[in-house]
Structure formats: C-alpha cells, structure tokens
Design a binder for this molecule. Structure first.
Ligand SMILES: [Mg+2]
Length: 366
C-alpha cells in the first residue's frame, strides 16, 4: 500500500502558522515583492474559496478580494519545513519518497491499519508544524495521489477494491495524475469524462505501477564538483576575471545538472603570483545547480577579497554540500528559468559545449 501525503495549501499554511494574524484570512503568497505585479504561487483555503488560485496574476486576485493578505514567498522557510516533515516521516521506518516539495509517498507494505497510520501521521504533522495534510491510500502511487485529492483539505481517503469503481466514477478525468493538460483534454474530446471512463478504456493506466514505486536510489554521489583554469598570464582586468568566473560557474552548474545534484556551498580559489592563494567559501540556505546563481554566489565571495590580491593567475570554483535534486522548483520564475537552462544544456550537448554561452563569457576568448 502507498500513502500519499499532500500538504494543504502548503506555502500559505506555513505563513498562517507562523503569523497568527493571517489565520482564517484570505491570503496569497506571491513570488515577488510587488504585490500587484506578481503571480500567485499559493493561496490559502480562504482565498481559494473566493476563486483565487495559484498561477493567477496577483492583480486579478486583488480584483476579486481587495482586502487580500499578501506575503512574499520565502523559499528557505518552505524548504526547511518540507525537510523537517521528510525527517519526521522517515521516523516511521518505511521507504519514503519526495513527490514534490509538499508531497510525500510512503510505501507502507502490508500495513494492517493504514487509516490509523494515516491519522497518526496527520496528527503528528499538525502537532509539530501547525499545518494540515491530506492523505490518500491505495495500492499504487498513482491511485494514492488521486485519493489524496478527494477529501482535501485535511482529510483521508482510502481506495480499495470495494470503492474503486465508485470513487473513479465520481472523479473527473482531469484529476488523475498527468491528465490535467493536453492528454486529458484529448481524451475528454473523445467523450471520456471520469476516471472510471478512463479505466474502462485504458485499464493499465491505473495499474502500470502495481504497488511499489522506485526507492529514492542514492547512487554514489561525488563530494564536490570543481573546475579551474590557469590564465596564460596574470590579469588585473576585472571584466576578464569575472568572465572566467562566469565560464567556470557554467561548467560547474552543467556538471551538477548532468548528475541531478544541487549544491549549497560555493568555494572560490584565486591564485595571485605575489600574495599567494585566496580561498573563500559561503554556504547558502537554498541549494542550486543554476550556473548563473552559482556565478552570483561566487561574486559574493569575491567581494571579500583583499584589495592587494587582485592580480590573478589562476581561478577555481567548487560546489560542495551536494544533494540529489529531490523536489521540483517552487516559483513560476524558477520553473521558466529551469526550462531555459535545460534547453541550453540540450543544445550544448548536441552541438558542442560552447554552442550557447552567456555573452559575458566571450571575453575569455580574447
Ligand atoms: Mg499540496
């Protein structure tokens, strides 16, 4: 059996848990600080009831409800909470997977009392974090995820052989995982309306994963990833040096992405022929594998370099504090950027490593 745990209005609930003034109020979490020019990345249930939903321009949300409470997304807080929930769930001893930052899957094997277990987990999450979760229980992860949506928020649903037909008949087809986009629309155009219709015409859809999901496989991961370069001669030209830092950041980021890793710590090594080595490092709360972000982080370390160290002969960038990239990106801007970066990686792997590079890097070729 699989338990699918889905936190209710996760970001908004965390904000309400932290700030009691926001409890019970319609609230949106925006991805940027300008409250009328951002995108809703989470809405509290009070806001959802008014028809406000994530992905909506915040301006439209304020048109619906001018008194809406507004908070800027604070990723570090959400990731921290998510990791704490993950740790709590780990304590139950079953195989556990991240499905997304606010969704967790547990393979509870042949547990005799899945409903009681689900209740215990929900109570413990509420006691520790003051936020609610909905849980779905079923024979495979796809049905368990579907089940978790049925009694949302703050509910539990078990799908078994007895209620399988009834629940699927009552659930619109686009509620099934992977059916809320074009696939679902195409099938609905063919006259399929509910998940039961889908089951009748494509039974294997609900059965392709008969019980088990892949355990979060942890292949031997490297401790760190670095790239360095020795310049043909020492340079004091800041644009030239930062162009190299940019290029090395690109290379480090690409290697991280190839291995599906993210890094929290960035190290910068600069060699000055007279004064020797400058070594700096900084650990950030949010792990990344975005090359541009690695570059910006490196510049923060660079700002600490003593003035007399600016003649540079060799440069190295290392990413450490590595972890598997286990959850999806949170904010719409990040998702767009991730798609762009992945597309660039694809082009570079197909047409050669420097087919697309940031313009700044061209300076390294001079
Ligand atoms: Mg959720």
């Amino acid at each position: 059996m699989i338990l699918h745990i889905d936190m209710d209005a996760f970001f908004a609930s965390i904000e309400q848990a932290i700030n009691p003034r926001l409890k019970g109020k319609p609230l949106i979490v925006g991805s940027r600080g300008n409250k009328t020019r951002t995108v809703v990345c989470a809405a509290s249930y009070e806001a959802k009831r008014l028809g406000i939903h994530s992905g909506m321009p915040s301006k439209d949300a304020f048109d619906i409800c001018p008194d809406l409470e507004f908070v800027v997304a604070s990723q570090a807080k959400y990731i921290w909470t998510s990791e704490q929930i993950f740790e709590l769930l780990k304590g139950y001893g079953f195989i556990l997977n991240y499905a997304s930052v606010d969704e967790f899957q547990i393979d509870i094997l042949e547990h005799p009392e899945p409903l009681k277990l689900a209740e215990r987990i929900r109570k413990q999450i509420y006691a520790n974090f003051n936020i609610t979760a909905s849980v779905g229980i079923a024979k495979n992860w796809l049905l368990a995820k579907l089940a978790s949506k049925i009694n949302k928020p703050n509910g539990v649903t078990l799908i078994n052989d007895n209620n399988f037909k009834e629940i699927l008949s009552l659930t619109p087809l686009n509620k099934a995982c992977g059916m809320n986009g074009k696939n679902g629309q195409a099938l609905m155009a063919q006259g399929l309306k509910t998940c039961w219709d889908l089951y009748l015409s494509l039974p294997e859809f609900f059965d392709t994963n008969p019980g088990k999901f892949k355990e979060a496989d942890e292949p031997e991961k490297p401790k760190s990833i670095s790239h360095s370069y020795t310049l043909p001669s020492s340079s004091e030209n800041p644009q030239f040096i930062t162009a190299w830092i940019r290029l090395l950041s690109e290379m480090v980021g690409e290697r991280l992405r190839q291995q599906n890793l993210v890094a929290r710590t960035v190290h910068l090594w600069l060699n000055n022929p007279q004064t020797g080595d400058f070594l700096g490092q900084k650990t950030f709360s949010i792990a990344t594998n975005d090359s541009y972000e690695i570059y910006l982080r490196t510049l923060k370390i660079m700002a600490r370099i003593p003035k007399d160290c600016h003649k540079i002969r060799a440069i190295g960038i290392t990413a450490s504090g590595l972890a598997q990239q286990s959850y999806l990106l949170l904010l719409p801007e990040e998702k767009r950027r991730e798609a762009l970066v992945r597309a660039m990686d694809k082009i570079n792997s197909r047409f050669g490593d420097s087919s697309i590079i940031p313009a700044q890097v061209i300076l390294t070729r001079k």
